[in-house]
Each structure stands twice: as structure tokens, then as C-alpha cells.
Design a protein around this ligand. Structure first.
Ligand SMILES: *Cc1c(COP(=O)(O)O)cnc(C)c1O
Length: 444
């Protein structure tokens, strides 16, 4: 079992996070419950920032808020001096409402709407990461209309595949995102370079997610340096910024072997230096966009175990009070998770089981074949590394309310997302008067 951050086994043989006994969290807040370790989140952010600082070069670390975006998270991101990536009006609104400095917000997305672009220009965000020609036209006309000049990076697909599950690869040529190198990207650059309303800062690339080795990044950086040289020669500009995206891997299960954040950053910076100097260029300001590597391991989901089904010689299923509604990643990507019985951490008798959710869907599984400390009904199951792409991908499938989320630190637990209620579930439902009248007729 890999216990990251402040997770530890306390004297009662319970899982403790941020100095709080998880069984107390369950008594107080119920299950399912997302628990976030504030110390761990801040530590990861600081490791990114401090490693860049040790090089004495200009940089920005933008937290990719799509991994987990709530107002409290935006406060933490601001407090640690990071920038923020958003990919929708909803994420932008969350950041603005949290008072996040808009000049440190970068706006991503392959189909930004007029309303979203207008909102971002009015808020005077730091930069758009422009994805396609249609968007360039929209930004140009809205910026002119508002008489506000905007900054932009152009997203390119450098044609590098990162080794990860195919559904979450975004760097290959056949991708819905960005302009392909070289021609499409060059034409977009020319267009933006000539624009009166868009200020071209540089290019952006993102080669995938849950990446464990730096070869893909090195290859992409080599290509990008060559492309910056080409742009320099053709358009006579030395672009001030380059954005290498996110995708740094984390521990989900014991076998995962991610590099440390420090190792990822050192390798990136050295690679940028080597390839840009080789092209006779100055080192541009480096931006990166980690999401999972900041928030993933800091999240733990607590469930209560209920029913079980034993199929002799085949498999034993145990069911929890959540599932694909709060964590769709196993169902979507065959993601792997590690877990433990939070109220009996040290194993006395282990048993291999598969953890099912409670949704009416055979694919609703959280973990296949995991060795747990013989789980029984009423035990608390802690699933680790659920901070990224869990709450942010959660749904109300089967009309199940979404869990609460607490931030734990130094023995205190504070609610940062309250648990949804059944009233929340029906709040958007509208019944036309006509149907209500019919009902009265039938009944009466
Ligand atoms: C998803 C995404 C990220 C963050 O990826 P992680 O794997 O969470 O680090 C960064 N940049 C872009 C463009 C993305 O799409």
C-alpha cells in the first residue's frame, strides 16, 4: 500500500489523513466522502514552483482546474502563487467568483462559445490557448467589438504519443485538439501575428496524461524548438513563451513508478535549454499545466461497504455506497486504484475481492481483484488517489446525490463541497401546469 502525503495508520489501527481519523470523518460527514489533504496539495504546488525557481528562469505553473475545480481549490491555487487553466465558462465563473486574479487565468478548449469568449475578454484573462481558425475569427471580432487586445498561445499537436491509455492521449496527429505541425500551425501563427487584436505569445502542446517517462516530452520539445526557429525565420519574431502542458504521472497502484515532481521539472527545463540553445534561440518563458500531479494523490474517497456476492471459483463482489457516479474512471478508462479498509488498516486476514458501485450498470466497478483485509458490511473502504477527475467527472446517474468534500489539515476537517440532497436532485425539474391538471382529473 502506498500512503502519500499525511496519510498514516494511527494507534487505533485506523487510516488518518491530515491528523484526522477517517472513522471520525465518516461519523461527522457520512459516506461517500471525498477527503482532500491540504498539506499534500500545497507541498506538490511548492515542489513545482521551487524547482523552477531554483533555475532562476521565468515560468508559470498553471493548475489545470479540470482535474478538480471548486472555489476553495481556487483559493489554494492563488495562495501558492500558481496560475489557473480553465476549459469552460463554468470553470472560469468558479475562478472569478473565488476572486482568482484573472490575469493569471488561461482559457483552453476546442470549441469555445461566443458567450465564453466574451466572458473571458470582459474578465481580462491572461491568455487564450487558441485551438482552431474558427476560434481565432471569433476572438478577433469580439476583441475588436470590446476594444480589448488579448494574449494568445496557439495549441499545436506535435505528433508525439505519450504512453498511456489511448482515450486520454491528445498529442498524436489524429487529435481533435489544436493545429498540426508544421503547415497548419504556421498558417495560424501568421494569421494571429497579423491580427490587430490578438497578441501572439507562443505555442502550446500537451502530449498526454499519466506520463511516467520523459522521452515523449524530449521528443516534443526538440520538434517545438525547431518550429520556433522556423517561426523566427519566417515571421521574424522571437516568441516569448512556450507551454508544455501537463500529464505528469502519479501513483494509483503500487506498480506505478512516476518520477518526482522535481525530476519532471528538472528534465523539462534541461531539455528546453538544450534544444532552444541548439537552435540559436533564447530560452522562452516556460509554462506548464499540471492537474493530476497536484491534486490526484491528495484525494481519498471513503465509502461504506454494504452487500456482497460470492460466485464460487470465480469472484467475490463487494458493493459500496458510491461508484461510477462519483468515480467514473474505472468504467471509462479501466483505471486502476488501490484501497484499504480504513477502520482495520493492518491486515489480519486478506481476501481478494472486486469492488462494485451501486449503480444499475454492470460496468459500474471501482476496482477489480484487490486484496483487502477481509471486508464485511459496515467497514469503511478508503480508495486512494481519487483527487483528480473524480468529483470533476461525477454525475447524478440513478439520481444519486453527489458526495460532500472535506479539506483536512492539522487535525481539522472543513467542508468545501456540501453533500447534495434529494431536493438538489429535483431542483431543475419543471412540470408543465397541463400535466398537473391532468393528474387532478385522473385522481378526482
Ligand atoms: C488535461 C490537461 C492538462 C492536465 O493534465 P494532467 O494529466 O491532469 O496533468 C493540462 N493541459 C491540457 C491542455 C489538458 O488538456
Amino acid at each position: 500500500m502506498y500512503l502519500s502525503g499525511t496519510k498514516r495508520i494511527n494507534e487505533k489501527n485506523h487510516l488518518e489523513i491530515g491528523g484526522v481519523d477517517t472513522t471520525d470523518l465518516v461519523k461527522h460527514f457520512g459516506t461517500p466522502l471525498y477527503v482532500l489533504d491540504e498539506f499534500e496539495i500545497r507541498n506538490k504546488m511548492r515542489e513545482f514552483i521551487n524547482t523552477f525557481k531554483s533555475f532562476g528562469i521565468p515560468f508559470q505553473v498553471a493548475y489545470a482546474s479540470k482535474a478538480l475545480c471548486t472555489m476553495a481549490i481556487c483559493y489554494l491555487v492563488e495562495d501558492e502563487g500558481l496560475s489557473l487553466d480553465v476549459v469552460s465558462g463554468g470553470e472560469l465563473f468558479t475562478a472569478i467568483e473565488a476572486g482568482f486574479p484573472t490575469n493569471r487565468i488561461h482559457f483552453h478548449g476546442n470549441n469555445k462559445s461566443v458567450a465564453e469568449i466574451t466572458m473571458a475578454i470582459e474578465a481580462e484573462i491572461g491568455a487564450f490557448i487558441v485551438d482552431n481558425l474558427y476560434e481565432i475569427e471569433l476572438i478577433e471580432s469580439i476583441a475588436e467589438n470590446k476594444q480589448k487586445r488579448v494574449n494568445a498561445l496557439i495549441r499545436v499537436t506535435p505528433g508525439i504519443e505519450a504512453h498511456t491509455h489511448e482515450y486520454i492521449q491528445t498529442g498524436q496527429e489524429d487529435s481533435k485538439f489544436g493545429f498540426n505541425l508544421v503547415d497548419a500551425a504556421y498558417n495560424a501563427a501568421k494569421l494571429v501575428h497579423q491580427s490587430k487584436w490578438i497578441n501572439l505569445l507562443g505555442f502550446h502542446f500537451h502530449i498526454g496524461s499519466q506520463i511516467f517517462d520523459m522521452k515523449g516530452f524530449e521528443k516534443a520539445i526538440e520538434r517545438m524548438a525547431g518550429f520556433y526557429r522556423f517561426i523566427h525565420d519566417e515571421l521574424d519574431v522571437e516568441l516569448p513563451i512556450i507551454n508544455a502542458g501537463g500529464g505528469f504521472g502519479i501513483h494509483y497502484v503500487e506498480e506505478d513508478e512516476p518520477l518526482s515532481i522535481r525530476e519532471y521539472v528538472v528534465s523539462l527545463v534541461e531539455s528546453f535549454k538544450y534544444h532552444f540553445y541548439k537552435q540559436g534561440l533564447k530560452l522562452p518563458e516556460i509554462w506548464i499545466e499540471p492537474g493530476r500531479s497536484i491534486i490526484g494523490e491528495a484525494g481519498t474517497t471513503l465509502y461504506t461497504i454494504g452487500s456482497s456476492k460470492n460466485i464460487p471459483n470465480i469472484r467475490k463482489y463487494i458493493a459500496v455506497d458510491g461508484g461510477m457516479m462519483d468515480n467514473p474512471r474505472t468504467a471509462l478508462y479501466q483505471a486502476k486504484y488501490d484501497a484499504a479498509i480504513a477502520n482495520r488498516m493492518i491486515y489480519d486476514q486478506s481476501e481478494v475481492v472486486s469492488v462494485a458501485g451501486k449503480a444499475c450498470e454492470s460496468g459500474d466497478m471501482l476496482i477489480w481483484d484487490i486484496e483487502l483485509n477481509s471486508p464485511v458490511a459496515g467497514d469503511i473502504l478508503a480508495v486512494f488517489s481519487t483527487g483528480a477527475y473524480n468529483y470533476s467527472m461525477a454525475s447524478n446517474y440513478n439520481r444519486i446525490p453527489r458526495p460532500a468534500m472535506v479539506l483536512v489539515n492539522e487535525g481539522e476537517a472543513e467542508l468545501i463541497v456540501r453533500r447534495e440532497t434529494y431536493s438538489d436532485i429535483i431542483q431543475f425539474d419543471v412540470v408543465p401546469e397541463r400535466l398537473k391538471k391532468n393528474k387532478v382529473k385522473i385522481l378526482g
